[in-house]
Design a protein around this ligand. Structure first.
Ligand code: DC
Length: 209
């Protein structure tokens, strides 16, 4: 079974994907890490984020085992990853890596922005996780605080809105809900309720097919 989970920043998609992976015993790929790791590799080489050729080469150098999440999770890396995500050539390089992961015999769960629409259009279950931007900014602020980062709520909200805008308006694989995805709005839902709702969607979908 392939489960595709998409949604905007801090919607809860990563947490839901991890919990579903544990529940169903499936391997999980957080595809945002690919874009974050590409950006980090570029920065380590001292290249500008806008350098498309260098970004392509950084993306080509990635392996799925490369990720040190502690270095990739911050707000700055999220913004840098969003710039990578707007480059069609980088998306093309990362497409194969994601499809290889999804092709595992036991199935897989992938979360990102274009999993249901582009990477795994034939996924058995597609969930589009969303929440109001203020709620998402509150979650992101809490997460950053717990990482020891200084938090200015207005700046976090502005960052989320800027990323939403870039991720949704880019020409290549923009953040959109696939026509056969089920929307899960986590505004007002805690983690347990969000996960329970996601499991209910999977059960409902798989029982029908
Ligand atoms: O899910 P995240 O916040 O870690 O993603 C960081 C950025 O990476 C996001 O703003 C856009 C980009 N991204 C993408 O373009 N496509 C994906 N499948 C995943 C992430």
């Amino acid at each position: 079974m392939i489960i595709a989970i998409d949604g905007p920043a801090a919607s809860g998609k990563g947490t839901i994907a991890r919990r579903l992976a544990a529940h169903y015993g499936l391997p999980h790929l957080d595809t945002g890490l690919l874009y974050r790791a590409t950006a980090r590799s570029l920065m380590e080489r001292g290249e500008r984020l806008e350098n498309v050729d260098a970004a392509i080469s950084a993306a080509r150098g990635l392996a799925l085992t490369d990720f040190d999440e502690t270095q990739l999770r911050g707000a700055e890396m999220g913004e840098a990853a969003s710039i990578m995500g707007a480059m069609p050539q980088v998306r093309a390089v990362l497409l194969d890596l994601q499809r290889q992961f999804a092709a595992r015999q036991e199935g897989a769960i992938l979360d990102g922005r274009d999993i249901g629409s582009i990477i795994c259009p034939n996924a058995e279950v597609k969930i589009f996780v969303t929440a109001q931007s203020e709620t998402r900014a509150q979650r992101r602020a809490l997460e950053l605080k717990s990482r020891g980062e200084k938090v200015d709520f207005a700046a976090v909200l502005a960052d989320i809105q800027k990323r939403d805008e870039r991720d949704s308006s880019r020409s290549s694989a923009p953040l959109i809900m696939a026509s056969d995805a089920i929307r899960l709005d986590t505004t007002g839902l805690d983690v347990e309720k969000s996960v329970a709702a996601a499991i209910a969607i999977v059960e409902n979908k798989t029982q029908k097919s």
